[in-house]
Design a protein around this ligand. Sequence first.
Ligand SMILES: NC(=O)c1ccc[n+]([C@@H]2O[C@H](COP(=O)([O-])OP(=O)(O)OC[C@H]3O[C@@H](n4cnc5c(N)ncnc54)[C@H](O)[C@@H]3O)[C@@H](O)[C@H]2O)c1
Length: 370
Amino acid sequence: MKKIRCGIAGVVGRGQIYVDPMLACDFAEITAICDLNEEGLKEYAEKIGGNVKCFTNYEEMIDSGLLDLVVVATPIPFHVPQSVYALERDINVVCEVPAAETVEECKTLYKAVKKSKAQYMMAENCNFYKMFIVLDGIIKAGILGEVHYAEGQYLHCLGLPSKDEWRSKSLWGANYCTHNLGPMLQWFDNERIAKICCIGSGRHQKFKDADGEIKREKANVLLCKTESGRLLQVRLDFDTPTPYMLPFEVSGSNGRAIIRATSPVEESYIHLTSNDFDQTHYSEEWKSLQYFEKQFLSESWNEVCEKIPNTGHARADYVMVWDILKALRDGKKLPVDIDMAMNMTLPGILSKVSLERGGEWIDIPDLNED
Ligand SMILES: NC(=O)c1ccc[n+]([C@@H]2O[C@H](COP(=O)([O-])OP(=O)(O)OC[C@H]3O[C@@H](n4cnc5c(N)ncnc54)[C@H](O)[C@@H]3O)[C@@H](O)[C@H]2O)c1
């Protein structure tokens, strides 16, 4: 069988997480890597070995004829131009988060994906966390009943402003909300988010860059209403000095699930109105979500657990790459398609408009209607 030929742009940064699972995969090979950092590029070429070809120019890598799949793991401002360049040449794209920076860019990307013979995926790795997959199974099986509300937080003290100028410029409002919206939209069958509002915590980080002063709310809360009126809430806080946390809650007609993810461990609970739970008035109980692991953990998870220790966002990165390669091998749809990517990206982009208008509700454009 012909191997899937993979290229990684930004291999010295976030792109490096793709290297180990691709090297471990017997139906894929890394044929090209690209980065502006030539020293780092050399180190990765040595690690990968074989005939891997190095590029400092992305377009040259794409035009080399060496690729079936490119990973775009460069800074956010490159995501759309680099994804579109590959899609126009019918090369499959897996792009890091978020998919785009502006509504215009979303429209350009959306059109390019619809026109291309290749597939596009946004690499939302949080969709591949163990307990999020288990909870997805529980919800899809109807055990939690109809879900009507979910909340997710991303608490990650990034120490902004960062040494990388793009990061200081490109992270504002709630536009880094994909790590929360990703899992929650899976649980909500990717129902389209129709409107959002965003409110800040009223205290600001202030710093200067080449273009002048940047002022950013220390924490933001994003509210999202789906087309049928269900509610999702995201809280982003990059500034409070605490360890990384990714907690979630979901409410359904049969109960509530809670996941307190703190890489690399997680605590997770579920309460249900089922016979498995003590329903006497004074002894309502919670069970660990682990109770459902055997039933709902994906095949890739079990395979990956045998391969690697608990590293890389609690193995989620590895499982994601595994699922991408298996989908391409089997001619299946990549796990996070353009519609889901837009459903995660547009609310974040428009959070800035809502913030500027004091928390006004903003309609999200339906790109399908254009
Ligand atoms: N999913 C996650 O958990 C996660 C974590 C970190 C970063 N990210 C995303 O990954 C992306 C990269 O983040 P990072 O922290 O690695 O950024 P970074 O600034 O470290 O850049 C990544 C690499 O891209 C290279 N690069 C920059 N411009 C390039 C270009 N035009 N062509 C080729 N290479 C280029 C840089 O030299 C660097 O090695 C961002 O979009 C970020 O949002 C996602």
